[in-house]
Design a protein around this ligand. Structure first.
Ligand code: AMP
Length: 589
């Protein structure tokens, strides 16, 4: 795998042209391409040097909205070659939680194949830094979501769900010589609480053999260990008796777990009980190395909106390395973390030039215009001025870009909506740092704040909380324009007994920490009102998770929305609010 990667990254320009040619040739004649290319062009005769410029001059940049009606036709059963020549049998639901609604995206065998390649490639680089024992076990917190049939009879579900039920998932275990603890019936059991319990139970059954712990996104590992804190006595009892809690009601899941459990393990149960008692006495610090003494690392996406869970993950992992996993989307895999020793805050992703044809739109940050305080503009798109898209071989270090994909699954010049920065190169391929989703999340008038801006502000506010021995479990936000002036509301779920004065300070600190000029100016002139911190009761974010899961999201791909206008979510948050604080920042100005 590594030799192959060295080769393709050593000739990125030609590999990208070959990739584009393969995508276009295999889908030549489909409705979407015909629309832009028109008749008369024989793609196989176009010179390699002319292919990229011909393609980018004829086919426009597009967003999900431009493709939506094509996806809908496919979902409704139109079998004509619309986007790809091979009929599309599966549709993926991109988690879309950051935007509040789910989106259809085609899934083909290519999607599963590149997932396998990504995992094998990343495993190869990881094993250089953290070798693991062949034939060992992986404790994988993975979950298939409910699949359903579209009107046209296609199967729809999250991309991870399709992958877990594909051949490639089995092949991955064979090729990387590491085996997941849980059987298929647990992964695709359809009830995430029951699956989590069984993942934990089997993870502890194989505790001496676990080589590493993983999930797609870090959130899932944190939620699993929180479940262990609550349910460890039941898990220990089941291990000791060789039984299974009555809360596991999904038939195939019960049967397969009971079969693996086999006979009672009183000695193992006693040892784990003693460890859990000790862990409970120290607030579960170092849970992972205590319960899984041979685990070498934790591997999961810890960047972007997952950064928030790092503190808790470090609490659980003690000295064990955290390896931040790769960069991809339902639309396409993009890059692999090849520097496994890098701390999650510094992780980069080397783009794999065979996965898709990549373009990058340069983004230049501009200072907010100001001077028109008080008037409400239509919400601006964001704070960037765009340059002309460049191919993968022409990106520059230090520049921020939006990623554009042309994929084997029928997306052509599709704007992914992610902002990345090029921070270096591996051979000829760029190493990207994930910055944020491009869409603004908090904006009332001239203020412009992205998910990343909010994350920085919440980090600042929660520093004070941590000093007071409080823990920020999760957070989200809302730009409330119901009353004039509008103001930001930040919702926090916290753990620990924290004084109201501390929370008041946290609120003020957050209000003061928005660096965006538009926000500062608006706050000084009171065209945006004081920031409000609402504390929600324990378990509120679990309810939000349940709401998404009930609507088809998969736990494996779940990301807490960092800002919401969804009336259902807002009503959950508001009903669960137990305390409110209004910032006193800017009162002296
Ligand atoms: P999904 O909707 O599940 O397809 O999520 C894809 C999105 O998740 C990407 O477009 C990114 O915004 C985010 N994402 C995926 N991988 C990473 C990563 N390694 N770091 C940060 N964000 C990521």
């Amino acid at each position: 795998m590594m030799r192959w990667f060295e080769d393709v990254t050593g000739r990125v320009g030609t590999v990208q042209i070959e990739t584009l040619r393969r995508i276009l040739e295999s889908n030549w004649g489909v409705e979407y391409l015909d629309r832009w290319f028109g008749p008369g062009i024989r793609i196989e005769e176009v010179e390699p040097t002319a292919l990229e410029s011909l393609y980018t001059s004829l086919v426009p940049l597009a967003s999900h909205a431009n493709f939506e009606h094509y996806f809908q036709r496919i979902a409704d059963g139109d079998r004509a070659p619309i986007l790809t020549r091979q009929p599309i049998e599966l549709l993926s639901l991109s988690s879309g939680t950051t935007e509040g609604r789910q989106k259809f995206v085609p899934f083909t065998w290519h999607s599963a194949r590149t997932t396998l390649q990504t995992f094998r490639l990343a495993a190869a680089y990881r094993s250089r830094v953290y070798p693991i024992r062949e034939g060992g076990r992986i404790l994988e917190f993975i979950y298939g979501s409910k699949q359903f049939k579209t009107k046209g009879g296609l199967t729809a579900g999250t991309a991870t769900t399709h992958y877990y039920s594909s051949e490639e998932f089995k092949i991955k275990q064979m090729r990387t010589k590491s085996f997941t603890c849980s059987p298929e019936a647990v992964i695709s059991g359809g009830d995430y609480r029951q699956s989590t319990y069984c993942h934990l139970l089997l993870g502890l059954l194989f505790s001496e053999n676990i080589e590493f712990i993983t999930s797609t996104f870090a959130y899932t590992i944190v939620q699993a260990f929180r479940a262990l804190e609550e349910q460890w006595r039941d898990v220990v009892r089941d291990l000791g008796d060789g039984s299974l809690s009555q809360t596991i009601t999904v038939g195939p899941m019960r049967a397969s777990v009971l079969e693996i459990l086999g006979s009672p393990r009183p000695a193992l149960a006693k040892a784990i009980e003693a460890k859990c008692e000790e862990l409970a006495g120290r607030d579960w610090t170092g849970l992972v190395p205590t319960l899984w003494p041979n685990a070498k690392y934790i591997y999961s996406i810890m960047t972007g909106s997952m950064q928030h869970y790092l503190t808790k993950l470090r609490h659980y992992s003690g000295d064990l390395p955290l390896v931040s996993a790769d960069y991809g989307s339902t639309e396409s895999w993009i890059g692999v973390n090849i520097d496994s020793a890098a701390p999650p805050e510094k992780v980069t992703f080397a783009v794999v030039p065979t996965f898709s044809y990549f373009e990058f739109i340069p983004l230049h940050r501009q200072r907010s215009s100001h001077g028109q305080n008080g008037c409400r503009f239509a919400a601006p798109v964001d704070d960037f001025v765009e340059g002309e898209p460049v191919p993968l071989s022409r990106v520059r270090v230090g520049q921020e870009y939006e990623v554009v994909l042309t994929t084997f699954t029928g997306l052509y010049r599709y704007r992914l909506g992610d902002v990345v920065e090029v921070v270096g190169f591996h051979n000829g391929t760029p190493k990207l740092s994930f910055i944020c989703r491009r869409k603004l999340i908090l904006t009332i008038n001239i203020d412009k704040n992205t998910e990343k801006d909010l994350q920085l502000v919440v980090d600042k506010g929660s520093e004070r909380l941590r000093k007071a021995r409080g823990e920020l479990v999760d957070f989200t936000s809302h730009a409330d324009v119901g009353k004039q002036p509008g103001h930001y509301v930040i919702y926090w779920e916290i753990r620990g007994d924290v004084d109201e004065d501390v929370l008041r300070e946290c609120c003020r600190e957050m209000d003061n920490s928005f660096a965006d000029h538009g926000y500062v100016v608006s706050r000084k002139s009171n065209s945006i009102g004081p920031l409000e911190l609402r504390i929600v009761e324990s378990g509120t974010f679990k309810k939000i998770l349940d709401y998404f899961i009930a609507n088809g999201a998969g736990l494996s791909q779940f990301k807490t929305p960092r800002c919401t206008n969804d009336p259902v979510l807002l009503s959950i948050l508001n009903v669960c609010t137990i305390n409110r604080f209004h910032s006193t920042a800017y009162t002296a100005d």
